[in-house]
Design a protein around this ligand. Structure first.
Ligand code: ADP
Ligand code: TRP
Length: 326
């Protein structure tokens, strides 16, 4: 069976982009692949510097995944920080990764240009930790949104560098980025992202989701005039969740006229609340059972550790750092 691996930073409430671009794929793929999914809390430390927030957001991310259908009996589900092999291998990779490779990373260049994130050594080395996360488990595919493609390519570059320096050790992973969900657009038509303030969240209070939906930008075509659904962000977001006949029906309303963007937004809001309603319920139930959550994570990290220890042993042997001289 082929293997997938992916992680998500617990750096804020997940949005439709995270769900459609990453989490939904992870959950669907657990039925066809051997799956490793983790909470990338050490990566989140590059931006989250408040311990209470770190704790709360990590728990939230675990609840989100389990509520959305991640099955811990099928998927090895764990916290990155529970498996120290990740940071161990990261150091080894640091010692073979060209500085220039990291300087070319879009995320780093972006961080410098925008000046919003503190340009720490950790942020610079972010892709090296990500390479360790990936290569420890030899996945075939890494399902992520398009913005993470370069990071997966850097992981491949680091694997090649290691293999040529120390002998064949790592399998080269492929990014898995289905075109339809590669970049989900936000309320302003740009890529939906926490850092752009253009998100629609899945599990926020209804009033918050309503406000986010109502803030979707539209053009100024008057209510009575026909409208082109293919140019409308509300229609676009609706179509990501609607069935074919629902999409057609909404398209017809747009073209008929006397149907305003406000009406379309109401339909979208109802659709989202309906779609995520059962998950929201499950999430509330799960949040009352922290013993279960802790048990899931303990078991997940045990399984992840078994796998990653094997790979790290192989790496240590290949670089000549041994437990016993012989
Ligand atoms: P954000 O950009 O909001 O900070 P993250 O970087 O935490 O999101 O992304 C977590 C996962 O969700 C990654 O796999 C990323 O590629 C995916 N993702 C984030 N935003 C989008 C989007 N707008 N469209 C598709 N995938 C996305
Ligand atoms: N950088 C990824 C993101 O922001 C999270 C991540 C960390 C990851 N390690 C990974 C994704 C390994 C895939 C594989 O979304």
């Amino acid at each position: 069976m082929k293997r997938i691996l992916s992680g998500i930073q617990p750096s804020g409430s997940p949005h439709l982009g995270n769900y459609l671009g990453a989490m939904k794929h992870h959950i669907e793929m657990q039925n066809k692949f051997e799956a490793y999914i983790f909470i990338a809390d050490l990566h989140a430390l590059t931006t989250v510097k408040d311990p209470e927030k770190m704790k709360a957001m990590s728990l939230d991310m675990v609840l989100d995944y389990l509520a959305l259908g991640l099955n811990p009996d099928k998927t090895v589900f764990f916290r990155q920080s529970d498996v120290p092999e990740h940071t161990y291998l990261k150091w080894i990779f640091d010692c073979i990764t060209p500085h220039s490779l990291l300087e070319r990373a879009h995320a780093w260049k972006d961080a410098l240009a925008k000046g919003k994130k503190e340009p720490t050594a950790g942020l610079f080395n972010y892709p090296v930790l990500m390479a360790a996360d990936i290569l420890l488990y030899s996945p075939d595919l890494v399902p992520v949104g398009k913005d993470q493609k370069q990071h997966v390519e850097i992981a491949r570059d680091i694997a090649v560098k290691f293999n040529t320096t120390f002998g064949e050790t790592f399998k080269l992973p492929e990014p898995y980025i289905p075109e339809a969900s590669a970049t989900i657009k936000g309320t302003d038509g740009e890529k939906m992202s926490k850092s752009y303030g253009n998100v629609i969240e899945m599990f926020a209070e209804e009033a918050v989701i309503k406000k986010q939906v109502m803030s979707i930008q539209t053009d100024s075509t008057p209510l009575e005039q026909p409208k082109d659904p293919s140019k409308c962000n509300v229609y676009y977001l609706y179509s990501l969740f609607a069935e074919e006949k629902e999409k057609k029906a909404l398209g017809n309303k747009y073209r008929a006229g006397n149907f305003g963007y406000g009406d379309a937004k109401k339909l979208l809001l109802d659709k989202l609340l309906d779609y995520f309603g059962p998950y929201r319920k499950k999430r509330i139930e799960l949040s009352k059972n922290l013993d279960y959550i802790n048990k899931v994570l303990t078991e997940g990290s045990k399984k992840a550790k078994m796998e990653s220890e094997k790979m790290l042993e192989k790496v240590r042997k290949n670089i000549g750092i041994v437990h016993k001289f012989a």
